[in-house]
Design a protein around this ligand. Structure first.
Ligand code: SF4
Ligand code: SF4
Length: 74
């Protein structure tokens, strides 16, 4: 995979906030774009990940999920 640039454009494409795993803690901190940033420090219960359906996943050939729990992992 390629490092996803941390840009406002990419932030706008991230679909994390519509994901079943996305929780109140992440929402309060307005955390998104985990594949380009660090993981969330929030406690996360995995309820499914939508990264596979994200436009950035195909653009940058991301092959993992749950970036909110791992961060960019490079
Ligand atoms: S990284 Fe995946 S599981 Fe985490 S909030 Fe984003 S879409 Fe949901
Ligand atoms: S791949 Fe996942 S973490 Fe990265 S921008 Fe898309 S939805 Fe957000």
């Amino acid at each position: 995979m390629v490092q996803v640039p941390d840009t406002p454009e990419n932030e706008g494409q991230c679909i994390c906030s519509g994901c079943p795993t996305y929780n109140e803690c992440m929402r309060e901190r307005t955390q998104v774009l985990f594949c380009a940033r660090d993981k969330s420090e929030c406690e996360i219960e995995k309820n499914g990940c939508m990264c596979g359906a994200c436009p950035l996943a195909s653009e940058f050939r991301l092959d993992k999920m749950y970036y909110c729990t791992t961060g960019s992992e490079l």
